[in-house]
Design a protein around this ligand. Structure first.
Ligand SMILES: Nc1ncnc2c1ncn2[C@@H]1O[C@H](COP(=O)(O)OP(=O)(O)OP(=O)(O)O)[C@@H](O)[C@H]1O
Ligand SMILES: Nc1ncnc2c1ncn2[C@@H]1O[C@H](COP(=O)(O)OP(=O)(O)OP(=O)(O)O)[C@@H](O)[C@H]1O
Ligand SMILES: [Mg+2]
Ligand SMILES: [Mg+2]
Lengths: 253, 253
């Protein structure tokens, strides 16, 4: 029974999508079967892996409405062992539509029932908000993985993030825990990055993965070619860091 | 009567808050009276200018509920001529609370009625979403300023952004227009940045401001000291770029 993890941080642009795509492509290349769920209406995860959002026959939205099962919407990616439940703009309406539905917090959890049986890991890419989509992800998950950009504003939002996780744990999902924290876009030339790493390690202790993801332009280029960083440039600093993280992740999660 | 502008882009981490703080501090230093409105529950704009969110007597949330007028919540910043309507975590609940209120799209517009008379410019820092808070900002504004990070995912979301602006223009705010596009975090060492600049200029033409904001670590450091980039390091590449943008903005807007 594969565990379900939410890649979550309400701060924008911290590397949620980039880490979901590259960490999971890395884990898949090590022989694990992985499902990634694009739960953001921006659908960056879907387009960054070369899937055309406009020609999709089915997306996560059709699964939320109950029109289709998760299996019917899941498609393979160009990376072996890596599958995706894609999203498109239809998801933008879901947040408002969910507001008046009974048991609205558990819509995704119910939609993903049993899906974990077919995969070693399921990872949900969350939007940058504390709205109903993010709450749904936290309720559907066994644990939270928190990407934190090595910059000031990203650190500021951590206490709000932890409050949200604890609220969901108390009232909606008792098993929810912070599974791990990933440091992203580390720039060794700046003091700011080093200070942030120190503060994050003080706050989260051993939950912080040892593998730190450096800022690396090849990582930012890869999605414009519809590839993971491993496919785009396996020798880049970014690919090596994500592969090290993939090994560490399999050990710990 | 000062114009009201929404600093808007649903993509996360593109420089909305950083540009609101530094552009407006720049304009204020040129003698214009400027009000910035922190309309994001993350309240990065408020904390980045050294205002303690936890000890605030009043915030934008109290203005939305009608408890206080905007004037009662506005406070000065450490930059002369620059004033802020601050936010704190209370705003996180507003999005859900607004869902069931009549005329929910015009709550902010009504709360800001007449505020423009006391300032040359009012700029609203928006959250990274297409939810009710962002819709309210677009309805309350005369124009939209779109910061675009010089990276692939930021470009991907532009058509969704324009669709949203056009929807609001058609049904809720006929005068809304794209006032300008600001290119942020430009890195001259990478082809990616140069390609993105080209594509944005092709798409938006003369609406793109000539002054491009470079990626500059001093810009990322300034908020950790509670300062604008001008206060923190007036000689930095970032401060010079934002001052050039401030001059251009006053000419065009
Ligand atoms: N290690 C890295 N090195 C360089 N650029 C990176 C790295 N990780 C992410 N980026 C770039 O930073 C930007 C933000 O990353 P990404 O879109 O993955 O963040 P996000 O948290 O998913 O954003 P959102 O909050 O909008 O969902 C993207 O343009 C991405 O290409
Ligand atoms: N010109 C720049 N050079 C270097 N770093 C920058 C620059 N502009 C912004 N940053 C940094 O990039 C990160 C994202 O910027 P910012 O938080 O302003 O974006 P945002 O669009 O407001 O994010 P959100 O979507 O979460 O509201 C911050 O850590 C900020 O300090
Ligand atoms: Mg994302
Ligand atoms: Mg912001």
């Amino acid at each position: 029974m594969g565990k379900i993890y939410a890649m979550f941080n309400q701060k924008g642009g911290v590397g949620k999508t980039t880490t979901t795509a590259n960490l999971c492509a890395g884990i898949a290349s090590l022989g694990k079967r992985v499902l990634i769920v694009d739960f953001d209406a921006q659908s960056n995860l879907t387009s960054g892996l070369n899937i055309n959002r406009k020609t999709l026959k089915a997306s996560i939205y059709n699964v939320l409405t109950g029109e289709l099962s998760a299996e019917q919407a899941i498609i393979p990616t160009s990376t072996e062992n890596l599958f995706i439940l894609p999203s498109n703009i239809d998801l933008a309406g879901a947040e408002v539509e969910m507001a008046n539905v009974p048991r609205r917090e558990t819509i995704l959890k119910r939609a993903l029932t049993g899906v974990g049986d077919n995969y070693d890991y399921v990872v949900i890419d969350c939007p940058p908000s504390l709205g109903m989509l993010s709450i749904n992800s936290l309720v559907a998950s066994d644990g939270v993985i928190i990407p934190i950009q090595c910059e000031y504003y990203a650190l500021e939002g951590v206490s709000q993030l932890i409050n949200t996780v604890n609220l969901v744990k108390k009232s909606l999902n008792a098993q929810l825990e912070v599974k791990g924290v990933i440091l992203t876009m580390f720039d060794k030339r700046t003091n700011l990055s080093t200070q942030i790493v120190q503060e994050v390690r003080n706050y989260f202790g051993s939950k912080v993965f040892n593998s730190i993801i450096p800022r690396n332009v090849r990582v930012a280029e890869a999605p414009s070619h519809g590839m993971s960083i491993m496919q785009y440039d396996i020798n880049s600093k970014g690919a090596r860091a994500y592969m090290a993280l993939a090994h560490e992740f399999i050990e710990k999660c």
